[in-house]
Write a protein that binds this ligand. Structure first.
Ligand code: SF4
Length: 220
């Protein structure tokens, strides 16, 4: 990709945001949830798993464990069985239990609203905390960087970074803070519907005129 001035990049990002906002006016978090605790649980389960699969498991789970105390008090083996189909179930069950124990002990069973408190729960990383803050509380504290956001950020020439935390640091100054949560939804929706990991649909892409297609073979 040829060198791009800071101003040109800012203008291009602005146009990409406008294009994605037009394409996905209803973009939202695709993990079904009814309250912050449910979103925290669903996000923990979504690691290395599709939202669709998580959404199959959570209705029964939320019914069986309505409060943080229910997860905190559940035998680990029982939790593991309940979430088994989401994969990596031993680690996830441990994360659920640890995080919910911390919620009960330190936050009266409620999900806290700061990055610091969330990431100190145990089993909750920055990405999960960003999902919860942005989607349960409308707090734009950072940009969620999942596999789609990481891939599209490189293809679109936003950054060459590969580490999620570095990608997030590169994205934050490019995007207005009020749009951080939506911005990751737009990239995730575009990654799921158009800019696939393999064989992206560049000819049909709504923002193709703004994309340098970094790392994408020209035949795509
Ligand atoms: S032009 Fe291709 S690589 Fe660029 S965003 Fe669209 S689908 Fe992805």
């Amino acid at each position: 990709m040829p060198r791009e001035s800071k101003e040109a990049k800012a203008a291009r990002v602005k146009s990409i945001i406008a294009g994605l906002a037009r394409t996905y006016p209803d973009a939202h978090c695709e993990l079904n949830h009814g309250n912050p605790l449910q979103l925290l649980v669903a996000t923990i389960l979504s690691a290395q798993c599709t939202d669709k699969r998580v959404n199959l498991v959570t209705p029964g789970l939320f019914k069986r464990y309505p409060t943080a105390a229910d997860y905190a008090g559940a035998p680990l083996g029982e939790l593991e069985q309940a979430i088994k189909t989401t994969g990596f179930f031993r680690n996830k069950a441990k994360s659920l239990k640890t995080a919910c124990q911390a919620l009960v002990e330190r936050h009266g069973g409620q999900v806290p609203r700061t990055m610091e408190e969330l990431t100190q729960l145990g089993g909750v990383g920055r990405k999960t905390a960003n999902v919860v803050l942005g989607n349960a509380f409308n707090i734009n504290c950072g940009v969620v960087v999942d596999t789609h956001v990481a891939r599209l950020s490189r293809r679109l020439g936003f950054t060459r970074e590969t580490d999620p935390q570095n990608i997030e640091q590169a994205l934050m100054p490019l995007v207005p803070q009020a749009q951080w949560t939506l911005f990751s939804h737009w990239l995730i929706w575009h990654g799921r519907r158009r800019c696939f990991a393999r064989n992206p649909d560049c000819p049909g892409c709504e923002i193709k005129d703004l994309c340098p297609r970094v790392g994408v073979p020209r035949r795509a």
